[in-house]
Design a protein around this ligand. Sequence first.
Ligand code: BGC
Length: 686
Amino acid sequence: MKRFITLFAAVCACAVLVAQEITLSPDNIDAVIARMTLKEKATIVVGAGYKSMLAGQFGFKVPVPGAAGMTQAIPRLGIPAIVLSDGPAGVRIQQTCTGFPIGSMLSSTWNTELVEEVGEAIGAEALAYGVDVLLAPGMNLQRNPLCGRNFEYFSEDPLLSGRTAAAYIRGVQGRGVGTSAKHFASNNQETNRFWNDSRVAPDVLEALYLRGFEIAVKEAQPWTIMASYNRLNGIHTQQDRWLLTDVLRGRWGFEGLVMTDWTGKRDTPAQIAAGCDLMEPGGASQTRELVRSVKKGELPEEALDVCVRRVLELIVKTPTFRGVPRSKAPDLEAHAIVAREAAEEGIVLLDNDGVLPLKASATLALFGVGSYQALPGGTGSGHVHRPYVVSLASGLQTEGFQINSYLSDTYGGYLSKNKPKKTFLSGMLGSPAAPEMPVTRELVEKAASSDIAIFTISRQAGEGGDRHMEDDFLLSEGERQALTDVSEVFHSQGKRVVVVLNIGGVIETASWKHLADAVLLAWQPGQEGGSALARVLDGAVSPSGRLPVTFPVDYFDLPSSAHFPYNYSGRSTMASGGKDREKDVPNVGYTDYAEGLEVGYRAFLRADAPAVSYPFGHGLSYTSFEESRPVFSGDTVEVTVRNIGPVAGKHAVIIMNPTLCAFGKTRVLAPGESETLTMKYYAENR
Ligand code: BGC
């Protein structure tokens, strides 16, 4: 009887607790957790599904249509649902948002202050439109040029990746919106992406694939981290306690929440036990699995409580919870200027025999569909619904150049008949680029009435597929022939040829660059790309970008090429919606990172290494700079830069010893002017 009374009293006490009114606030999280039922706990760690992502396609009513995901609300405890949205080059929602340059271009600026400004602008748009956490930056290492998502990532070097990511995170979070540094970790290919096992030796993992994340966590504390789809040394990262708890939290002091990447559902209780706090986009079966597992005693409720606490700690920081007004009217004009400036600074002048900057009187023949229909970014979750995209042709016209109208009409006619294929998901993921127009010798001869040829080579990729060798890393036969014809015809008349690369990742350049007098790497430069390019071409801006990645002579010079599945049959990206899209093969497939530390420029440090086409850090200018000898003091290094050339420009200082140890960027220096940069020195970058 006594036992029965005690039990009855305990049940009543619990009932009173549950019934008692309490609403979440930053200082009562424990009390809220104490009042949550098991089902509520298992609900708060599971997202609200695909509704917000597919709102545009199915007309669902959600706070932010097109946002990748949400959490679930528990109104009785005053817990609101929060909104998570991609992505790296701008906010990816149904609403149009500013399209910024891709990750590889932001890192090409070597200007962390500028990247922070880009982050601030993206954060301001996220805030204005109702987003709480931005699913960016993407910061996996660019291990191999054929990874379909390299455009979203920063570099082949972890220090440049980590510091660029930290700047981006500071910018966004400075606006009171969270970030999610992704994809943690070793997610360096798209082939078999849900299952592939990245097999990486422990020292290589630490030095390369974890290092960038470590820097970003220690220097900027992202509110969240997104665990990747792949496995790492046999274990899915989303359920790897060593990675998510021992390393990330224990060793690096990460204070935030870990969420899953989308789509690939895993063993939910194992994820919770590992310290993966939030399942996105989430499904009811995951909540049921958790409840069942706790009831059966397989998952300790305390482990679930740890994740619940982290979700609640995230929620109370968000603008939605704090009731920050959403203006729906960010300053898009100001952000377009930031996008243009970032593009101007990220453009890399690879070669120039003096043809650039262009003379104002020059008349121009523009070849390549990309000259008229610029590719501002990649597809997939890195896509942005931009309000417009400035093409190179219109950028040059705005700068006052005469464009060959016969050629532009020919391209215009072709493009109107060869529109990019739209699919059901195009609005969400972007469309693949228009196919390249075949160019006849006759057309080239007609166009040679202009003074200078500009030949744009375009490449696009996106999540869900890796790039391929033919017609992608290599020029297609058509492109090669067209460039040869343009080069022969223009050069035979004493005229010059400029190649513009509108690409998201490294391509082969060694076999054809002699055909051009200048090569300009425009990356995928966002909505203002055409204006930025035109201003660099005409010398309004002196180029100051430098390569964040190596351009090898031959793909097979890269040691990782022996272990990258470039000939896998799933060639097209999700955005193509094609039948041959990603074919996932459950539980098979691994990638041996057997090249060890020999990734990117690290593979070319040995004296007997093959030559490269353009090395890491390469980038020309219209002026010249003199750097003083570096002066080391504690963990900083000081370098004085003087502009000893004819025009104003910025300069990026890059200190390699033999790997990247420090970098910084000057302001615009007028001829004769100098600036002393004090930079943090990272002796441990191996
Ligand atoms: C991508 C993530 C993205 C998520 C939500 C996934 O397929 O890998 O980078 O944030 O979708 O859109």
